[in-house]
Ligand binder design. Sequence first.
Ligand SMILES: NC(=O)c1ccc[n+]([C@@H]2O[C@H](COP(=O)([O-])OP(=O)(O)OC[C@H]3O[C@@H](n4cnc5c(N)ncnc54)[C@H](O)[C@@H]3O)[C@@H](O)[C@H]2O)c1
Length: 248
Amino acid sequence: MRLQGKVALISGAARGMGAVEARMFAAEGAAVVVADLLDELGQALVAEIAESGGRAAYVHLDVTDEAAWQSAVESATNDFGKLNVLVNNAGIVRTEQVLETTEQIWEDVMSVNAKGVFLGTKAVIPAMREAGGGSVINISSSAGLTGSTQNAAYHASKGAVRIFTKAAAIQYAPHNIRVNSVHPGMIDTDMLAASRVGDVLEQRLEVTPMRRIGRPEEIAYGVLYLASDESSFVTGSELVIDGGRTAQ
Ligand SMILES: NC(=O)c1ccc[n+]([C@@H]2O[C@H](COP(=O)([O-])OP(=O)(O)OC[C@H]3O[C@@H](n4cnc5c(N)ncnc54)[C@H](O)[C@@H]3O)[C@@H](O)[C@H]2O)c1
């Protein structure tokens, strides 16, 4: 019960890592707001959590829409009385190199991955201040720490999340709001399948000391730590969970 009494909102939680985090948070005692564009999957997850004795609610959220963030936060505080934790997890990937990246691709990726994190953080600060503090966990990537032969816009967006996290951490530390980034390596989800171009995954495995793809649970445990009071002195930090890939 590491999150007993806490209320958490997770964006992009209908599937992938967000869904695993939602299940884990509920099992650890949090009330969880599952927010996504994928309504059916999100509602099914909420029903599953309720069946296993947890507390959860679903809200439709496009992370690029500031007004939608306001309603998502309102719905969390109306349903569960407060908001303590935000996981900015929603994200999209595009694989193009710089020359193939159109303005539209750049704007789409920056809009979901970077602007979405900014809008989410902005939206929860008043509610977290009211709750006496909180924890914002921004899902960046190993792609926010290093470059590669593809994913030009994605690298830029995840790098933006890394430094935005530090700025927000400094600005809201006086309000007891902690803000940290998590940097997963390759993790077994639909997104990884979508970003497979040629033998790029095999190439990346070769430079990953642990020589395997990670499981969503291996990220969720790190996010759980940052959401809980166990990390009460941790802010502005980068939690890298990548099988050693960025160590070399
Ligand atoms: N899978 C990996 O290898 C990997 C590695 C590093 C970082 N990440 C990051 O982890 C996070 C989760 O990714 P995943 O692998 O679980 O991917 P996923 O595609 O399985 O899940 C992403 C979720 O975000 C939602 N989403 C997308 N755009 C949205 C929007 N505008 N508004 C609301 N929700 C939206 C999707 O509907 C989906 O449910 C992402 O930020 C991703 O960039 C993934």
